[in-house]
Design a protein around this ligand. Sequence first.
Ligand code: BTN
Length: 247
Amino acid sequence: MDIRFFDALASTNQYCELLDLKQTEEFTVVWAGSQTAGVGQQGNRWESAAGENLTFSLVLHPRQLAVADQYRLTKVLSLAVCDWLSEVIGDAYNVRIKWPNDIYVGDKKICGILVSNHIAGNVFDTAVCGIGVNVNQTVFSSAVPNPTSIALLTQRQYDLRPLLESLLRSVALRYTTMAMVEHLDNDYLSRLYRLHEMQPYDFQGTLMRAAIEGVNRFGHLQLRTEQDELLTCAMKELRYIMPHNDV
Ligand code: BTN
């Protein structure tokens, strides 16, 4: 695996976007000690204290994956992070995937994933997979809604390189199972945050209670409302109402 380390970059995802991606070998990793303009979902910033956390991007060429199945890669990445995190912090913690691409421990976010897909005609050519994991940071700005970190959970500090290497091994292992759809879907459901729990949401501006039933092939979340109506939600249509703050 080719790991390219930089003390500081604006954003590892942005850096990868400037590479000649077609020629960039699968599993090239761009890792930054700090990011000055880390990018999060929906145009948000990804805040991460310099030198304390894992912020990296991985270049993959999932050319065997049909374009319509792109969300399966997000499932693979999310499961790989969960597998790895459970090993690092122990199985006693509730490590969950909060749809569409956050990793939670309990009701707190520990990792965010940002995948940018490059489609060439009908072929899924390249994915730039950005992953940010809170590792050693214990103090967060109040602008970050509900963060936690590995150090906050375990009361220890970690060397980042071995952690990154073990996380990449976990991704490589899950990536080999990409064609095992049923297996992936079962594992994904068993890790899904709030699965089958009646919980509050804001769907297209309307507050409601609903229970998550699953995620379809296209990555849309399926929920059943208290009134027994089945909703299929795209990312921007749904907001989780959280116990202590709205996210
Ligand atoms: C989110 O939860 O909003 C997604 C966060 C993704 C953050 C990672 S850190 C490494 C990579 N580079 C970026 O600029 N963003 C991703």
